[in-house]
Design a protein around this ligand. Structure first.
Ligand code: NDP
Length: 282
């Protein structure tokens, strides 16, 4: 009998790395689909990123995720970028294609994939709360998925204006910035409201974005990027107002699905991946 003890390698470069649950979700999918692949969680400091990427090349890694703080810094060590990664200016998934390392960004793609279970972004008007890295990725992908109008609402004007300008200038959608001063009132014509701030993330689990509760209407879809805990007070409030909702765990799982598709060509089972996270108490 011929054995093959050589596993195709994938993984993650980040610091800190120990609390990132992605490895559990991805390796559960590999096992479920009978792939003898590995996903190795690596703690990589900023000064060691170049060597880590060189090491991945030397060992023929099929690809890797990049998390904080490497999402921008990794770009100079790669051979090219996918369309949305170029517009967003950040990479969180690297894919080996014909020997070249190409940077993609699955943050926003995972969000859009999860949202599509509930609503098609095409032609929709969106309020995007936040203007950090996640909001930037979500805003660009919503625009590339056909959302026509995206209002970026953010506390600090510089970041908010910047994300609105990227959407407005580099995608087909209209992007605009609105300052977040006091309680924000969601415009009535809004179809989709997205919390892409870090408000509500563990351990701050009772915090919620400061919006006028009665400006949420039952015809709006409300999404939250916070994966832990997935049912945030913001989503609970939206559900109480009759809105359909999408949680940040769906975004996380779909990012994994997209990365696995990039690396292996297989469409992974989201149920298995979500269960792997649930087994960890997420
Ligand atoms: P950043 O630090 O880059 O951005 C944080 C954003 O939240 C900024 O817009 C900031 O506003 C805003 N913010 C924070 N606190 C407040 C507050 N009290 N009031 C108003 N605005 C506030 O973080 P990221 O964009 O990288 O991540 C944001 C969240 O997205 C994280 O919690 C992360 O867990 C989640 N995420 C989820 C993923 C998933 O797969 N589910 C993937 C990636 C991220 P300002 O600019 O004014 O400071």
């Amino acid at each position: 009998m011929v054995h093959n003890f050589l596993s195709p390698l994938t993984g993650s470069f980040a610091i800190p790395a120990a609390e990132n649950p992605t490895v559990a979700m991805i390796e559960a999918a590999y096992r479920h689909h009978g792939l003898h692949w590995r996903y190795i969680n690596c703690e990589v400091a900023p000064h060691a990123l170049e060597d880590a990427v060189r090491g991945a090349r030397a060992m023929g890694w099929m690809g890797f995720n990049c998390s904080l703080p490497h999402k921008v810094a990794v770009i100079e060590h790669l051979d090219g970028l996918g369309e949305s990664a170029r517009i967003i200016g950040a990479v969180n998934t690297v894919v080996r294609r014909e020997g070249r390392l190409i940077g993609e960004n699955t943050d926003g793609k995972g969000f859009v994939a999860a949202l599509r279970d509930i609503i098609d972004p095409a032609g929709k008007r969106v309020v995007l709360l936040g203007a950090g890295g996640a909001a930037r990725a979500v805003g660009v992908e919503m625009a590339l998925a056909g959302a026509t109008d995206i209002t970026v609402v953010n506390r600090s004007a510089g970041r908010g204006e910047d994300v609105a300008a990227v959407i407005d200038g580099q995608t087909p959608a209209k992007g605009r910035y609105r300052p977040w001063v006091g309680r924000y009132r969601i415009p009535e014509e809004t179809d989709i409201v997205i919390n892409a701030t870090s408000i509500g993330l563990f351990p701050d689990i009772d915090a919620m974005p400061d919006i006028e509760p009665d400006s949420l209407h039952a015809n709006m879809v409300v999404a939250d990027g916070i994966p832990n805990p997935p049912l945030t007070p913001f989503l609970r409030q939206a559900q109480a107002r009759g809105c359909r909702t999408a949680d940040g765990l769906g975004m996380l799982v779909n990012q994994g699905v997209i990365a696995i598709r990039y690396w292996t060509g297989i469409d992974a089972d989201t149920g298995i991946m979500r269960k792997a996270l649930a087994d960890l108490g997420l």
